[in-house]
Design a protein around this ligand. Structure first.
Ligand code: AKG
Length: 285
C-alpha cells in the first residue's frame, strides 16, 4: 500500500492530463479506489474482484428472492431488490424501502468467501486507517440503503441512457433535505454479478451543471442526455464481466451499452459514495 495523499476533494479535474482514464487492476486495489474517491482519476476497475462461485451463488439467491420486484413500468425486463432513490416519490418512501430490503440484501450477498459485504468491510477498514469514517447517509435518524441489486436485459437499446448521478445538480424535490446534497462529488461503485458480451460502460469526459440541463430543455426529473450534446466529446468504452468491481466519478455523463444478445441478464450490485467532509464518506443506494 502506498502512503495516501489527502482526501480533500480537488477542484474540477476534468481537463487535467491523467484524470480521464480508468485504472485497471487484476484483483482489488484500495489505493486505486481512493484515487477515484478523491477525484484524481475518473475511474478504476478491478477484474475478478468476486470469484465465479460467489457471483453464481449471489445471482441464484437474487433470482429466487421473495423481494424481487419489477420496478420499471417502461422496462418489462428489469428486476431489482432494493430502494430506488430517484424514482421514489418521497424520501420517506425511499427510506422505508431501504429498511424493508436491508436484511434480504445482506442474505442474498452474504456467505463464505470474499463477498460484497466482506469487500465493504475491507474498504471501511482501509478508510478508518486513514482517519476517514464511512457511514450510511441519514435522515432524521433513519438510514439509506447500502446497496441494491438490479438486473436488465436490453438487447438493442442502451441499458441506461447517458446520465449522471450528481443528484445535487438535479433539484429533485424529494431529495432536497437529504444529507447527500452536501457531498462534493459522487463516486458510483458497481459489482457485476452476471453479464453477456455487451453491456459495456460508456463514459464521457463531460459533466453538466444545472445551467446545461436547463439549456438542454431538461426538467429536474428528466433522465437521459441527448446524444447530440455529447457529440465529439472524448469517451471511454469499458467492457464489463461477471466478478468485476468498478467505480467512477458519477458526475460525468455515462451510459450502459446494449447487451447485443437476447435473453442476457446484466445483473449488478451498486451503490454511491460521496465525501461529506474531510473525515466522512457517505454511502447510499
Ligand atoms: O451499470 C453500470 O455500469 C452503470 C450504472 C449507472 O450508471 C447507474 O446506476 O447510474
Amino acid at each position: 500500500m502506498t502512503e495516501p495523499s489527502p482526501a480533500t476533494p480537488l477542484p474540477d479535474h476534468r481537463q487535467d492530463a491523467g484524470y480521464f482514464r480508468f485504472l485497471e487492476r487484476t484483483g482489488v486495489d484500495w489505493d486505486a479506489w481512493w484515487e477515484v474517491l478523491c477525484g484524481r482519476v475518473a475511474g478504476a476497475i478491478f477484474r475478478g474482484a468476486l470469484t465465479p462461485e460467489v457471483c453464481e451463488r449471489t445471482c441464484r439467491r437474487f433470482w429466487s428472492s421473495p423481494l424481487l420486484s419489477s420496478p420499471n413500468t417502461t422496462r418489462g425486463t428489469e428486476r431489482a431488490v432494493g430502494p430506488l432513490l430517484l424514482a421514489s416519490d418521497t424520501l420517506d418512501g425511499y427510506l422505508t424501502e431501504s429498511e424493508r430490503t436491508r436484511t434480504g440484501l445482506a442474505e442474498i450477498c452474504g456467505g463464505p468467501g470474499r463477498t460484497l459485504p466482506a469487500l465493504l468491510d475491507e474498504w471501511q477498514t482501509y478508510l478508518a486507517d486513514r482517519g476517514v469514517g464511512l457511514r450510511l447517509a441519514e435522515h432524521e435518524g433513519r438510514t439509506a440503503g447500502s446497496f441494491k441489486i438490479r438486473s436488465r436485459a436490453d438487447s438493442e437499446s442502451f441499458g441506461l441512457l447517458p446520465h449522471d448521478d450528481a443528484m445535487h445538480n438535479w433539484g429533485l424535490p424529494h431529495l432536497l433535505d437529504f444529507e447527500i446534497q452536501g457531498v462534493k462529488h459522487v463516486c458510483n461503485t458497481l459489482l457485476c454479478l452476471e453479464n453477456g458480451p455487451g453491456g459495456e460502460l460508456v463514459y464521457w469526459n463531460a459533466a453538466f451543471g444545472p445551467e446545461d440541463r436547463r439549456a438542454l430543455g431538461m426538467r429536474p426529473d428528466s433522465y437521459g442526455y441527448p446524444l447530440e450534446a455529447l457529440s465529439g466529446v472524448e469517451r471511454i468504452t469499458l467492457p464489463i464481466h461477471a466478478g468485476d468491481m468498478y467505480m467512477f466519478d458519477g458526475g460525468n455523463v455515462h451510459a450502459v451499452a446494449a447487451s447485443g444478445t437476447a435473453d442476457v441478464h446484466r445483473t449488478m450490485a451498486l451503490w454511491i459514495t460521496g465525501q461529506l467532509d474531510d473525515g466522512t464518506i457517505l454511502q447510499w443506494a
